[in-house]
Design a protein around this ligand. Structure first.
Ligand code: CIR
Length: 274
């Protein structure tokens, strides 16, 4: 048997070697008091949200990630949405300064975890930036000028990422919370996009898959190696992704969506070599 193979019943599987890490953060008991901008407040079943989050973590494990779950912060209803606290590149992690004041305390534990593994940069006050506004596709970084990310945040972020040789493009976002609510990478050459919220013209060099018109919230998809993780709530758009050859695993994140979260928000994915 080769390394990575294991026998289950009569069939042999090649187990995915764990080369990725996913940092997650537990669902807060106070999640019902989360920030909301574009969706109405409805009751959240926090126990169900925690179950969905655990199933999301198991999916990431099955796709080859080692999970490191940080505990929920006290009085941090939104801390499960760890993506907004840092942007992890191969060379450096940039600690965000979230646009919502209630979320600023979330970065401390994340920085503490990251600083032992990778060089740290920071968005400094009074600038603000949320990680949900940052889409990395290879050496190209697109950053949303949303209500959470200020011009000073864009300027500071540009100085850091251009130093490391990335290109950075600012994208206007309308009608949704973050850039990655409107467009996200389904591959190195393919983006999933809601053209109502972001201009498709800005991404002319990519193959664009548009969300189904009846699924406006469907533009957030997460890459895990060669696989995609996607919300089960958008079956029509899922068909479009499968139609372009994507290998997609769906997860039920209905309770997290009530807090205006989606799949990318709930983890920081990085190479385990870091
Ligand atoms: C917030 O408004 O900050 C949270 N309730 C949702 C954050 C979702 N994060 C993301 O899309 N990256």
């Amino acid at each position: 048997m080769r390394r990575g193979e294991r026998e289950t019943g009569r069939r042999y599987h090649v187990a995915r070697m764990s080369s990725l890490m996913a940092v997650t953060r537990a669902v807060s008991p106070q999640m019902g008091a989360c920030q909301l901008t574009h969706v109405p407040r409805v009751p959240i079943d926090v126990a169900l949200a925690a179950e969905q989050h655990a199933a999301y973590e198991r999916t990431l494990e099955q796709l080859g990630c080692t999970i490191h779950r940080l505990p929920a912060g006290a009085d941090m209803p939104d801390s499960v949405f760890i993506e907004d606290t840092a942007v992890v590149l191969d060379e450096i992690s940039i600690i965000m300064r979230p646009g919502a004041a209630s979320r600023r305390g979330e970065t401390t534990a994340v920085e503490e975890w990251l600083k032992h593994r990778i060089l740290i940069g920071r968005i400094e006050p009074p600038a603000t930036m949320d990680g949900g506004d940052v889409m990395v596709v290879g050496r190209s970084i697109f950053v949303g000028a949303s209500s959470r990310t200020s011009q000073a945040g864009l300027d500071q972020f540009r100085a850091i990422v251009e130093y490391f040789g990335y290109s950075m493009t600012i994208i206007e976002v309308r009608g949704c919370l973050h850039l990655k609510s409107a467009v996200s990478a389904a591959g190195e050459e393919t983006l999933l996009i809601n053209p109502r919220w972001v201009s498709a013209d800005r991404f002319a060099e990519y193959r664009l898959v548009a969300v189904h018109p009846e699924e406006q919230l469907a533009a957030n998809v997460m890459r895990v190696g060669e696989d995609l993780v996607y919300s089960a709530a958008y079956p029509r758009t899922l068909e479009c992704l499968v139609g372009v050859g994507a290998r997609v695993t769906t997860v039920d994140v209905s309770e997290l969506a009530k807090a205006e979260g989606a799949v990318t928000c709930c983890s920081l994915i990085m190479n385990s070599a870091l």
